[in-house]
Design a protein around this ligand. Sequence first.
Ligand SMILES: [Zn+2]
Length: 131
Amino acid sequence: MKSPQYTREIPQRYRLEAQKCKQCGKIHFPPRLICDACQSRDFEDVHLAGKGRVLTWTVIHVAPAKFDLEAPYVIAIVEMEEGVRLTCQVVDCNPEELALNAPVEMVFRRIQEDGQADIIQYGHKAVLQRE
Ligand SMILES: [Zn+2]
């Protein structure tokens, strides 16, 4: 059975869909019902361009069972060009390559498989941009 939370999050997970407040212009990701800046409920959908920079990161050496094969891996808080922050995995890099403000670009990847239900979940991960 598909998890209701996962299904609900598909627009964000698949398309980096965010919401822009029509009142004050603040962008929210994930979307919310009420703007925390001006209390408006009037939003329009916007797509994040997918470029950002690393604010902070950690290296996971002991992973939960379903991510065991991927360890060690990097989880970072990335600030997107639009100003929103998200937590994601940084792939295709050595942890030593990461630095504060390192530029990243979001890519669409497989996140996990739900073995019992045969569901493969997809979402975005960050790739380090090397100049
Ligand atoms: Zn607002």
